[in-house]
Ligand binder design. Sequence first.
Ligand SMILES: [Mn+2]
Length: 430
Amino acid sequence: MTGLPISTELVDELNAVSRPALDDEYDALGRKLARRGIAIDAVKDKVKAFGVAVPSWGAGRGGTRFAKFPIAGEPTNIHEKLEDCAVIQQLGRATPRVSPHFPWDFVDDYAALREEAESYGLGFDAVNSNTFQDQPGQPHSYATGSLSSTREATRQQAIAHNIECIAIGRKLGSRALTVWVGDGTNFPGQQDLGRSLDRYLDAAAQVYAALPGDWTMMLEHKMFEPAFYSSVIADWGSSLLAAQALGDKCKCLVDLGHHAPNVNIEQIVARLHHAGKLGGFHFNDSKYGDDDLDSGSINPHQLFLVFNELIEAERNPRSGFEPAYMIDQSHNVTDPIESMLSSGETIAGCYARALLVDRDALHAAQNDNDVMLAFRTLRGAYETDVAPILSKARDEQGGAIDWLATYRRSKYRERKSQERKSVGLGAGIV
Ligand SMILES: [Mn+2]
């Protein structure tokens, strides 16, 4: 019993069919990169060491504020979510950790949950608190705010929940707390824009005070929704000043979908790194707004430019540069396992392309103000097809060369649709 949800014999059988063509393509790409002075195996080894966490809630179908369309065999609890995350890691080999969310993933025994994850070869990433919706039996509503609420008792309830999340995270082996609040307003004049931030900072400082010494507190900003006039932590500026006010262990988390259209996110990455406050990412994509589409499905070039800045940051490190990567997207029309496998591959691919940039040539062109040469140096790396590197990295780690075909041949979802109870038709974002 390997503990893995997909038959390893099936993975081996299908990989054996795909491997001759992959070897041929990998060798051809290796010769091409060698002519540029790049050792393909070194890039592949870095890709093998790269990991992005998957969110526990991403294993289920998402929805919009209008509706949710569940599929048969969806997970209904954290145990089934872990099993689905294990499929994603087994086949894709890019997602070794799961980011849990509370209270959605509450259980009685977290030591047992940690062992359960380890039996699948999974660990836990940042824990996410939730003070953006009310729970049954909760004494104080978050309808008009949580950490920034005008009511002391509501703020204390939100603080206590975040501290409880830290306690759970310690049992799970996590070392980070991600805090996103929906706090904000829908009407001008609804709240004092200055004092609501004062209250947020005072409450967040009480959460920060409970943080273990080796933990990071990550503040996630979002410009709109559920508050459509103002959000307390709306942008990277508010996030940065809050992180600086709270202390060294507090950093900023950049969710790619939480900006106004066309904002230069890669420049935000560079600025936050400059301040030593780049804590992590939530990867997703968007066409008009928000964070609902699969990573790289709309603008893979932006994703590449973000990784280009991250590689620059690695070469020019500030203290404590250890960004946490996580997928955070909503799967409304696809099988979530397939979407997260696709996104994991896309994210690792953008990382690989950024590794291929000739940094010395780029910096020389930048210093000479040779605009076209600098641009073409970046573009040459972006246009390189790194699929053979990604496939080889998966194959060498026991993953699937063709993860989509392997997943569908396994009939995993069909089997789960027989075993799991069905999910209700509820509406709204989960
Ligand atoms: Mn997010």
